[in-house]
Write a protein that binds this ligand. Structure first.
Ligand SMILES: Nc1ncnc2c1ncn2[C@@H]1O[C@H](COP(=O)(O)OP(=O)(O)O)[C@@H](O)[C@H]1O
Length: 116
């Protein structure tokens, strides 16, 4: 099992949800976060500036999804498709993939793949 954490731009959430529904994703958790990536949260890079930019925290949406291994690629592709903007747009987001040891559905006590 894998645990996918994606940081996307808030205005892309509806698109991403639609793409995930198309592939039949069974569950997800969404939260509002703030952060910055390699560009320090700046929407453009002023190459004439030589001094260091101060990092700027931007609003992002964090999506978390636990999936069976065989759904990893489809799910990542759905997130990419839903959050894609103009090619190379800074701050389009990032997807992290973690190994997931177990999942337990409290209601039924199912675990592992059966709990997803
Ligand atoms: N190394 C990191 N560790 C944790 N979160 C990160 C990391 N890099 C990016 N993020 C999160 O992902 C969001 C989107 O990153 P983004 O700005 O698109 O990255 P980049 O500037 O590297 O293209 C950031 O606002 C931040 O919340």
């Amino acid at each position: 099992m894998k645990y996918i954490i994606a940081m996307i731009r808030p205005e892309k959430l509806d698109n991403v949800k639609k793409e995930l529904q198309k592939i039949g994703a069974h569950g997800l958790t969404v939260s509002s976060v703030s952060g910055y990536g390699a560009q320090g949260g700046h929407l453009s890079v002023d190459r004439t500036k030589t001094e260091k930019y101060e990092a700027n925290l931007l609003d992002k949406v964090k999506i978390e999804i636990a999936v069976k291994d065989e759904f990893l690629q489809t799910t990542v592709e759905a997130i990419e498709k839903g959050s894609k903007d103009i090619d190379g747009y800074i701050g389009s987001g990032k997807i992290f993939v973690l190994s997931l040891d177990d999942a337990i559905r409290i209601r039924t006590k199912e675990n592992g793949n059966d709990a997803l």
